[in-house]
Design a binder for this molecule. Structure first.
Ligand code: PRX
Length: 661
């Protein structure tokens, strides 16, 4: 981990708990902690109260139907997610800002709720005119521009489940996701900006859909069409090259939207109709399509956004995640908009054109709630206090963290340097599969401890179990009762759903995280216990990276492990043995690392790649990843008695040391 400031050391030793800041002490709903009691008394009635805060076209007959491992929430109820995010606000806050956006070059766009409603309705009609119907899957491969939000809501409006694919994923990854979901329509852009360069998304889309004949429609957003990038503060040199449009298949977004009517009644969706698929890495090679439905998901994301962020009318809420991840789905789009909040959205990198960009944005837009990942916090810490110190951050009143364990040093730095010790720090644990937040402090009520996610949100039952399902102080995190936003399955693979999440203990959800509980009942997440890495808050399956490695013609065998990294939490360390007769040069190492980036995306590029004459195996031929982790982290080796050939791993240690030196 990052070397702590000595000041932080002192704080950590003296002050292990943080009482809620006084400014939050009047948060009436949580003052006496009653929601926990209420939820414990009657969990279904408690969630039903939250569901009542949404607009339903038809009421539900039953709150929960639980046939483990399948849950149905608000059974028989009808609603529409886009209607809940837009239409129902028009009479009250139609002229309030819904979305404030800034592009990396500094171009800006804003939408009131009325404007967003109109744009979403037009695009929804345009999609219908292109033949997209209720139930059709639509892939969305866009940069962080308003059209990403608009496209998601337009799909929700017509009942076409979306599958958003992070713009940093490779054509191959996009291909696999479009193929698995059998999406007939792809929404993309000519390009997007990241750290001063153009990401050519349309060209990647063209490559991705080769051979996928069922893709009949591609909608292309012209990134610069609505703004003058040339006139933007950092936009002078940046131009997106024109892209090829295939007649009959490809359509410009601005053309079809201009031709469409803004009157598009929302589709009445069953509470259990699919709202979206979102692919995430697991322990096998191919990512899984996590299924989220409408009623329960909307209920939980709206509830958690409201209480965990303590949303007020005049908040400006900034979640720095990309809409390609679940955090963006639930807390850029559905949760905040269902609450009528003002959402700020930014396209580019935090260090472009300099390392003060985020803080400059906070000051200029008056961000009041800031939600980011520990990896970003650690990077800010490393870049130095002079960057946030240049800007007035007094507008911030609440700070959130998500995606990976936050180390106490980073927590304290965030509290002090960004929050000026005035803001609650809300560390939220959840997953793509859980849909919404699960473990989190409540601002105004919870005394926090740096590094602990504290407790389950009211209505969420979490505990620590051992392998046998017995309560333990240290073991696996377990969720013991169904929750509204839980995944409803894995697209097209029921067996994998049962096996991955429900086979460890009977009828108890296994998230795949190690955790412990302290004497005060506080929960501490220790990280993944399966073959899933968490690199800079992004989930990466070791098997996925291994498949990409062995796909390179020079690679005979590969093993991937995670090693601790100061900034990213974990980094990918790859051990590779090459095909006989091939020379292991630095050029080859670079080529293989790049091959992984081309196959999956830059986030999966191995930080270390060690050529190994042989990989350490047990006598039965199983690769001993535990020993590889020891090697990658420079530790003394654990138990080696089951190794077939102990010399193999000693050779590796030497090579690792040489490569680092
Ligand atoms: O290991 C946990 C870690 O991220 C995993 C979920 O990743 P993903 O589905 O990509 O969703 C990330 C954003 C919700 C979890 O299994 N994780 C997430 N939040 C935390 C965390 N680990 C520790 N503390 C957290 N607050």
């Amino acid at each position: 981990m990052t070397k702590p400031h000595s000041e932080i050391d002192v704080l950590l030793n003296e002050q292990r708990t943080f009482k809620p800041p006084t400014a939050f002490a009047d948060a009436a709903h949580v003052n006496d902690q009653t929601p926990y009691d209420q939820a414990a008394l009657d969990r279904e009635a408690y969630w039903e109260n939250w569901a009542r805060e949404l607009d339903w076209f038809e009421p539900w007959q039953r709150v929960l139907e639980w046939n483990p491992p399948f849950a149905k929430w608000f059974v028989g109820g009808k609603l529409n997610a886009a209607h809940n995010c837009l239409d129902r606000h028009l009479d009250t806050i139609g002229d309030k800002q819904a979305l404030i956006w800034e592009g990396e070059p500094g171009d800006t766009r804003t939408f009131t709720y009325r404007e967003l409603h109109s744009e979403v309705s037009r695009f929804a009609n345009a999609l219908k005119a292109l033949g997209v119907a209720k139930g059709d899957r639509v892939a969305i491969y866009l940069p962080m521009i308003p059209e990403a939000v608009i496209a998601m809501l337009a799909c929700a409006r017509i009942g076409a489940p979306h599958s958003v694919v992070f713009g940093g994923f490779s054509p191959q990854s996009l291909h696999d996701r479009i193929e698995d979901a059998h999406a007939k329509c792809v929404i993309t852009a000519d390009g997007g900006y990241r750290r001063g360069t153009v990401i050519p998304l349309k060209a990647s889309t063209d490559a991705a859909i080769v051979g996928l004949d069922f893709v009949s429609t591609v909608v292309v957003v012209q990134r610069g069409a609505a703004t003058d990038i040339g006139a933007a503060p950092h936009g002078e040199a940046i131009e997106i090259p024109s892209c090829e449009m295939q007649a009959g298949r490809d359509h410009w977004y601005h053309e079809i939207v201009a031709a469409a009517s803004a009157d598009c009644p929302p589709e009445s969706m069953d509470s259990e109709d699919l709202l979206y698929l979102l692919y995430t890495s697991g322990t096998t090679g191919n990512p899984k399509g996590v299924m989220h439905t409408t009623g329960g998901y909307m209920t939980q994301v709206a509830a958690t956004a409201k209480w965990v962020f303590d949303l007020k009318d005049d908040d400006v809420f900034w979640c720095t995640a990309d809409v390609g991840w679940v955090t963006g789905h639930s807390y850029i789009v559905y949760g905040p908009l269902a609450n009528g909040a003002t959402v700020f959205m930014y396209e580019g990198g935090p260090d472009w054109p300099d390392r003060g960009r985020f803080w400059e944005l906070v000051e200029r837009y008056g961000t009041t709630i800031f939600y980011t990942a520990p990896t970003a916090i650690r990077a800010f810490m490393k870049w130095g206090d002079q960057w946030p110190a240049k800007y007035d951050l007094s507008c911030i009143r609440l700070l959130g963290s998500v995606g990976e364990p936050i180390n106490p040093e980073a927590w304290i730095w965030y509290n002090k340097t960004i929050g000026h010790e005035r803001c609650p720090i809300i560390d939220t644990w959840w997953q793509t599969e859980t849909g919404g937040m699960m473990l989190t402090p409540l601002p105004g009520a919870t005394t926090t401890k740096p590094g602990s996610v504290t407790f389950g949100f009211p209505g969420i039952d979490a505990t620590i179990l051992d392998e046998e399902g017995q309560p333990a102080e240290s073991g696996y995190l377990a969720i013991t009762t169904p929750w509204p936003a839980m995944l409803r399955g894995i697209w097209g693979d029921e067996a994998r759903y049962r096996e991955t999440y429900w086979s460890k203990w009977p009828d108890i959800y296994f998230p795949g995280d190690g955790a412990r509980i302290d004497k005060d009942g506080y929960l501490w997440i220790m990280g993944r216990v399966d073959d899933v890495l968490n690199v800079a808050g992004h989930r990466i399956g070791t098997m996925e990276v291994e498949s990409a490695l062995v796909d390179h013609p020079a690679v005979a065998e590969a093993a991937v492990v995670g090693r601790a990294d100061d900034i990213k939490g974990q980094a990918v360390a790859a051990f590779v043995s090459v095909v006989e007769g091939i020379e292991t040069t630095d050029e080859l190492r670079e080529e293989i690392r790049s091959h992984v980036a081309t196959q999956i995306g830059a986030i999966a590029r191995p930080a270390d790649l060690i050529f190994a004459a042989e990989l350490p195996k047990t006598r039965s031929g199983k690769i001993m990843r535990r020993l590889l982790r020891d090697v990658a982290e420079g530790r003394a080796l654990g138990d080696t008695t089951t190794l077939a050939d102990p010399a193999v791993v000693q050779g590796l240690q030497q090579q690792y040391a040489d490569s680092e030196g």
